[in-house]
Design a protein around this ligand. Structure first.
Ligand code: NAP
Length: 486
């Protein structure tokens, strides 16, 4: 299979927060890879912007080190890194002051006629100031784009306020709210599988689907983000955005076309169809210590913390397609394996023509987001050999790397893809303002409920599948979670 990289048009991308962790780990190495692939051309520029005093040469050195550290193992032609670094510049700028803005305006003036994108890789409290100054200094016309990172608010009110601040200077069509889960190859494949095949869509409803499980499990703890995480927890940090977005793509009606607003309209309808969640259908947990690794409360330096590092929920959608089909969602830290997957568990065959001993079987379609991106469909076949009709469930496995060969290894990671989408002006994989607000409107009463009841998270063993009650959440319904494994 021949890789088809279509170069994007020339652009100037300014990264506010160009010296920060996200820029170093994801944005800059991602841009470098797109440069290596030929998608970003030699006529585009990347401009780092932050308060640190540095000249362009200093920034290039900073970026070279970031690429060395975070892009190890990738192969690019010799000399590509130098060509990429030549495309970089840096401006010392204070989002909250006047310093540096005329310099940035001058630099941008040299790039007229290109796509202009501004990546707000800074704290959300700076979004308003940045949006306002981009206009004051005349460097954001109606074609300019801004990219904003999560967290997008911490409740409905703050999300509405942020949307309001951005809307003062930018149209919704210019705002790209990143949820990097949407940039994952498999997530897009989910849409391809659902809407590019005849096989699945007729069965994709409560008549044939018993339940759906979405798991996003991490092995790491809260790392260096303890202070932030303790104010947020798994519900705000993962469930409200990443898992909710996956749920939307699994559950949405077919959009009339693969067009940003058509897709986002359908996702919004899913969020609005979500029922309130009963307290008994929510399990929250906190990880315990393991060896020399501290427990959650020690990690976040808050001995009284009631923030969850794990959450599992059973949710229902009140709509024609899904009424009666539960969706079980779980996400947490310090779990047994790092894995993200969606399992569509179909109903059992209604009757076994092979007799009671052959049992009744069900198909399970598993979509793996990481690791080993791919999907498998569990089907029932005859066990080979003599002994009559003994049935066995086997996976029809398609790991993308095996099925697609070298092309699959060279797929852009989520950030690379999403940044290129910004340049192409394609908002399909970005959250719209009303989607984010609706997701918070569903989340807020759930959080308010457990705060009011004074619910405490259940401790769980590090390296396990989460709290016992999370297992019970499914056992009670006669179902069980899929094993968390690589
Ligand atoms: P960070 O490491 O703290 O970096 C913050 C950046 O903002 C630095 O470059 C800093 O440089 C710059 N900055 C701070 N105040 C500024 C000001 N007044 N004017 C101009 N620049 C200023 O943060 P980060 O981890 O990169 O995160 C950036 C954003 O992405 C945050 O909203 C975060 O929640 C979000 N995010 C991060 C990750 C991640 O993996 N890191 C993942 C998802 C979302 P100076 O101090 O030199 O100005």
């Amino acid at each position: 299979m021949v890789s088809r990289v279509i170069p994007v048009e020339p652009f100037d991308l300014v990264i506010f927060g160009g010296t920060g962790d996200l820029a170093r780990r994801k944005i800059l190495p991602g841009l470098y890879r797109r440069f290596c692939s030929g998608q970003m051309g030699e006529d585009s520029r990347v401009i780092g912007a932050a308060r640190a005093e540095m000249d362009a040469e200093g920034y290039r050195q900073f970026v070279r080190e970031a690429i060395d550290e975070f892009d190890a193992g990738r192969t690019c032609e010799v000399g590509t890194i130098d060509a990429f670094l030549k495309r970089l510049d840096y401006v010392t700028v204070d989002a909250l002051g006047k310093d540096g803005w005329p310099d940035l305006a001058k630099l941008m003036g040299e790039g007229t006629g290109r796509v202009r994108a501004y990546y707000f890789s800074v704290a959300p409290s700076l979004f308003g100031a940045l949006a306002e100054r981009l206009h004051t200094y005349g460097i954001a016309d109606e074609d300019a784009r801004i990219v904003v990172e999560k967290p997008f608010g911490r409740d409905e009110a703050s999300a509405c306020a942020l949307n309001g601040v951005l809307a003062e200077h930018f149209d919704e069509s210019q705002i790209y709210r990143i949820d990097h889960y949407l940039g994952k190859e498999t997530v897009q494949n989910l849409m391809a599988v659902r809407f590019g095949n005849m096989l699945f869509e007729p069965l994709w409803n409560s008549q044939y689907v018993d339940h759906i499980q979405i798991t996003v499990a991490e092995t790491v703890g809260v790392g260096g983000r303890g202070e932030y995480y303790d104010k947020s927890g798994a519900m705000r940090d993962m469930m409200q955005n990443h898992l909710m977005q996956l749920l939307c793509l699994i559950a949405m009606e077919p959009p009339a076309k693969f067009d940003p607003d058509a897709v986002r309209d359908e996702k919004l309808k899913v969020i609005r169809a979500l029922d309130e969640v009963e307290p008994r259908d929510i399990v929250r947990g906190q990880y315990e210590a393991e060896g020399d690794k501290p427990d959650y409360r020690t990690h976040v330096e808050n001995p009284e913390s009631t923030t969850e590092s794990f959450i599992a929920m059973k949710v229902h959608l009140s709509n024609w397609r899904w009424a009666g089909t539960p969706f079980y969602l779980r996400t947490g830290k310090r779990l047994r394996a790092r894995t993200s997957e969606i399992a569509v568990v179909f109903k059992e065959t209604p009757h076994s023509i092979f007799g009671p001993e052959a049992g009744r079987h069900r198909n399970i379609l598993t979509i793996r987001l990481q690791p080993n991106e791919g999907m498998d469909l569990g089907v029932t076949i005859k066990e080979p050999g003599p002994g009559g009709m003994r049935l066995v469930d086997v996976p029809l496995d398609m790991t993308f790397a095996d099925a697609l060969g070298p092309d699959a290894e060279d797929v852009p990671d989520a950030y690379e893809r999403l940044i290129m989408d910004v340049i192409r002006g394609n908002q399909t994989l970005f959250m719209r303002g009303d989607e984010v607000e609706a997701a918070w409107a569903w989340t807020d009463p759930i959080i308010a409920g457990w705060e009011k009841r004074g619910d405490k998270p259940e401790p769980y063993e590090s390296g396990s599948s989460g709290p016992e009650d999370a297992l019970a959440l499914m056992h009670r319904d006669g179902r069980r979670w899929r094993e968390i494994r690589i």
